[in-house]
Write a protein that binds this ligand. Structure first.
Ligand SMILES: [Zn+2]
Ligand SMILES: [Zn+2]
Length: 116
């Protein structure tokens, strides 16, 4: 008794493959293709919203986050600016000494004014 097989076409690699039944359930030829399909599903739609201008765009690759090089540059400049601000906050403020002497000068001047 020969086992009958049915030819299906893999929806991922488009190669024909054999399955024991004509069921539409057989869409994938191998585990590799099943995995590939899972990846594609997880990836979802290939559109993303630009965090800079808010435009929806189609990604050309997974790493792309901004709609254009213009927006990518703006984003980078903004991040550099944020970094600069953070660095500035971390540093001890060099103006403290000057502020203190300015305050002393102000207090002295006020005392003189009160005395006058
Ligand atoms: Zn396949
Ligand atoms: Zn943009």
């Amino acid at each position: 008794m020969t086992k009958e097989t049915y030819t299906h076409t893999c929806i991922i690699c488009h190669q024909p493959f054999q399955a024991p039944t004509p069921s539409r359930r057989y869409k994938l030829c191998s585990k590799e293709c099943a995995y590939q399909r899972q990846l594609e599903r997880n990836r979802g739609p290939q559109t993303r919203q630009c965090p800079v201008c808010g435009e929806t765009f189609t990604k050309t690759n997974n790493a792309q986050k901004m709609c254009s090089t213009q927006c990518a540059r703006e984003r980078q400049a903004e991040q550099q600016h944020q970094y600069y601000l953070r660095q500035r906050l971390k540093k001890p403020r060099p103006t403290v000494e000057r502020d203190k002497s300015a305050l002393e000068y102000y207090l002295k001047a006020r005392r003189q004014r009160v005395a006058a």
